[in-house]
Design a protein around this ligand. Structure first.
Ligand SMILES: [Zn+2]
Ligand SMILES: [Zn+2]
Length: 424
């Protein structure tokens, strides 16, 4: 059945549109965008007082399937995505087995076709089993459908291997996504190295673990003129390196997570293991720098790094607990609260970092609302407050540091390829 979205404020960063318009969806496609559309027999969604935005695009999600279906599956992860307003998620390759060959890629596409609520694009591994020893079959991975290469969770320590990865990725016109962390500097660390790690008696990870890695990767980028996307930037110094590289017209882009924009290492005082993430929550100055980086366009993308973990992996002493938090269901609300409401970015600018920017980096035709385009749409009530409660998460894992928080911006509908996949 056709869907007619009435009187919503369309906020589409790709076209710059910010007007009250009706949107008619027929089949999987946006048929018409105009004022006052009249059509018989369509299901009408009254979006008066709501914003209508492109379905969000998360370029950094961990879906845990295959391998850890107790923590998340393609089905549950995409259900959580739909609830958060996402219609596209890119899944990182640190599954078991790893996404380092075409068989695993086709398994993911098959599972997604059967069970996913929204679209899934796999990211392929840079090295076989993410071990940093041999390159994966990057050409065959691209043919199978991966949209990026990453050994996420690990940095490619071997510079020669990384150089080759950049060269192949360039031929394939796919970005290399780097988890920038020198493992020797971060080895025993469990939180940011600084004042709070000292008073809490926890071993620290210095910002230099990231900075050193970012510097090496940008140097290799310069050597190869390939494309580099830096995952989850966390500190001011590495941000400065990205800024400089951008000024020199190197093809580097970067992302930040909602949790790194919201929390600082002070939050670890609670010893809540849901504040344990990798890279760690940094200092207040770093958080402020990340916000400025977002404003200045040094950071192009907000990505969740949605990382589900079971209670067994989280309910441990702080040093032993797994790193990572879930993020799909709270991302948009946190961005509105931390970035839009304080006036750091306009709503349109913030939505760009969650839609068209990641789409362009990955070279996928998503993240915008246009006539003839795929009908991926989220309808959001910005002023509706909601409380984050553990029982309400659709993700199989509940490891969120935001449980108990009251947030603005409730996703009321998510439409994927013309079908309502989430309704509040
Ligand atoms: Zn990572
Ligand atoms: Zn990750």
């Amino acid at each position: 059945m056709a869907i007619l979205i009435k009187k919503g404020k369309l906020v589409d960063p790709a076209s710059g549109c910010e007007d009250i318009l009706d949107i008619l969806i027929e089949g999987e496609i946006i048929k018409k965008i105009s004022e006052n559309i009249k059509v018989k027999g369509a299901k009408v969604i009254d979006a008066d007082g709501r914003i209508v935005i492109p379905g969000l695009v998360d370029m950094h999600t961990h879906l845990r399937q295959p391998g850890r279906e107790d923590e998340e599956t393609i089905q549950s992860g995409t259900l959580a995505a739909a609830k958060g307003g996402f219609t596209t998620v890119c899944c990182m390759p640190n599954t078991v087995p790893c996404i380092d060959n075409p068989v695993v890629v086709s398994y993911i596409f098959c599972e997604a076709m059967k069970n996913a609520k929204v679209e899934v694009f796999p990211i392929g591994a840079i090295s076989v089993a993410r071990k940093g020893k041999r390159l994966s079959e990057m050409g065959r991975l691209k043919k199978a459908g991966v949209v990026g290469f990453s050994d996420d969770g690990r940095w490619v320590v071997n510079s020669q291997l990384m150089r080759r990865a950049f060269e192949y990725a360039k031929m394939l016109n796919i970005p290399v996504i780097s988890h920038c962390e020198d493992p020797f500097l971060s080895e025993d660390g469990v939180m940011n190295e600084g004042y709070y790690s000292t008073i809490l008696g926890l071993s620290g990870i210095p910002g230099e673990a990231e900075k050193v890695a970012v510097f090496r990767d940008i140097s290799l980028l310069e050597l190869t003129n390939s494309r580099l996307h830096i995952a989850h930037l966390s500190c001011r110094d590495s941000l400065e390196l990205v800024k400089k590289a951008k000024k020199e017209n190197l093809r580097v882009t970067s992302e930040v997570t909602p949790h790194h924009l919201t929390l600082s290492d002070e939050a670890v005082k609670s010893f809540d293991t849901n504040t344990k993430v990798n890279p760690p929550l940094r200092s207040r100055e770093d958080v402020q720098a990340l916000k400025m980086g977002l404003k200045e366009g040094v950071i192009d993308v907000i990505a969740t790094d949605h990382a589900p973990h079971s209670k067994e992996e989280k309910e441990l002493e702080y040093p032993e607990a797994a790193s990572g938090v879930i993020g799909l269901e709270t991302a948009l609300s946190l961005v509105v609260k931390e970035i839009v409401e304080p006036g750091l970015l306009t709503l349109k600018e913030a939505i760009a970092r969650l839609t068209i920017n990641p789409s362009r980096i990955l070279g996928i035709d998503r993240g915008e609302i246009k006539e003839g385009g795929i009908a991926n749409v989220a309808i959001v009530n910005l002023s509706k407050k909601w409380c984050v409660e553990e029982k309400d998460f659709l993700s199989l894992s509940k490891n969120s540091p935001f449980i108990g928080w009251t947030l603005p911006a409730k996703v009321e509908f998510t439409i994927f390829k013309g079908k309502v996949v989430y309704k509040d």
